[in-house]
Ligand binder design. Structure first.
Ligand code: ZN
Length: 378
């Protein structure tokens, strides 16, 4: 399918749905105020806190504001675990457990934040809902650098669109009542083209046959249950001495029947795990969407340094297109002027072909999105 626009979203887009920005991720991960004290997230957080205290804070307990950057944490864990080395007293397999615990906690946190905002919708939520109601899936594809399912959930609710073409040959599936995973047929005819080069919280990857499955966003916490195995909980229990209630799911792959479903996230890391088959397929699809688009609309994406491979892709495609893409940037917050400067310096300041909106999502933004066909004209 040929679309004429590409909407490229980062954490600033999902902020409208109540999800934290990268800068607030740590305190959200550690925010336990609303959790049952014996809940599974409690034990995961205690376990990761212990790792940070020992590895980064010389044994003193670190408050959220004293935590290292998540990029530093994940990069060091990845560099050590992937080469089979210890980091201090944590072995490579302990480090992989830390990484899985962080990811499982993130999936739960993103899901809790989303449903909590849905119950207490504010003005930003309403504007986002308006965008999703009018979003034109025929004319615009989406590239999300986020793992959350704000777009999938939103389009299902606002437009009854339940089919997602992730551009990485991901197969639609869902959990059945008996704890298994079943392949599911599509629903209706309308589909959104959504590429997620960093992975998604509703994906499962089979380490045996290498197929990727995606489940409805509401099943994301079941994905989290699948990622943390019985031996993982045993290790957390041994280290934290906390006995926690938790659900374990270990479904077989619908294709090869091996119980080896896991995930591959490109986490906050300078060494992103991008060399898996599904990620390379996503990157190829992203490149095709970039090539074919008249408008590149960046929404809540500030081009962080850790995304240098994506920035290379953007620059490569921009320079190879005889008719250069027109660029819209929707940003906000204290860093809005810096973001404008970064985009201008990166893509060039071309009169009439750049639009900057620096107040986040506003009616003016929606009007612009209608004028370029990202949203249907009412
Ligand atoms: Zn398989």
């Amino acid at each position: 399918m040929d679309t004429e626009n590409l909407l490229i979203v980062g954490a600033g887009f999902s902020l409208n749905a109540g999800l934290p920005l990268a800068s607030a991720f740590t305190s959200s991960l550690l925010n336990l105020s609303r959790l049952k004290i014996d809940g599974p997230s409690n034990a995961l957080v205690r376990f990761v806190e212990g790792f940070v205290a020992k590895t980064f804070a010389e044994g003193r307990s670190a408050a959220p504001r004293d935590w290292p950057e998540l990029e530093d944490l994940f990069t060091l864990v990845d560099l050590s675990a992937n080469t089979g080395h210890h980091l201090g007293e944590y072995s490579a397999s302990d480090l992989r457990l830390v990484r899985r615990a962080m990811i499982v906690r993130m999936i739960r946190m993103l899901s809790q934040a989303y449903y909590s905002r849905e119950r207490n919708a504010d003005g930003n939520w309403q504007l986002l809902e308006e965008l999703l109601c009018g979003f034109d899936t025929e004319r615009t594809a989406i590239l999300s650098m986020n793992w959350d399912t704000v777009i999938e959930s939103g389009l299902a609710r606002a437009q009854d669109i339940h089919n997602v073409e992730y551009g990485c040959e991901a197969i639609r599936a869902d959990f059945d009542g008996a704890g298994g995973l079943r392949q599911r047929r599509g629903q209706g005819t309308r589909t959104v083209h959504l590429t997620k080069p960093h992975g998604s919280v509703n994906w499962l990857y089979c380490d045996s046959c290498r197929k990727v499955y995606w489940v409805p966003p509401s099943s994301a916490t079941k994905v989290a249950d699948t990622l943390f195995r019985r031996q993982d909980w045993d290790a957390v229990k041994r280290i934290t001495r906390l006995t926690q209630s938790h659900t374990i799911r270990n479904p077989a792959c619908p294709h090869c029947s091996v119980k080896s479903l896991g995930t591959r996230f490109a986490t906050f890391s300078y060494r992103k795990a991008l060399d898996f088959p599904m990620h390379s397929a996503s990157w190829r699809t992203a490149e095709n969407h970039l090539r074919g688009s008249v408008n590149w609309v960046f929404f809540g994406y500030s081009m962080p340094n850790a995304d240098f491979e994506f920035k290379y892709l953007l620059k490569r495609v921009q320079l190879a297109e005889p008719i250069r893409p027109r660029i819209t940037v929707v940003t906000g917050g204290d860093g809005a002027d810096d973001t404008e400067l970064r985009f201008t310096r990166f893509f060039g300041d071309v009169a009439g072909e750049r639009r900057f909106f620096k107040q986040g999502l506003t009616n003016e933004v929606l009007e612009h999105l209608r004028s370029i066909g990202v949203m249907r004209d009412l």
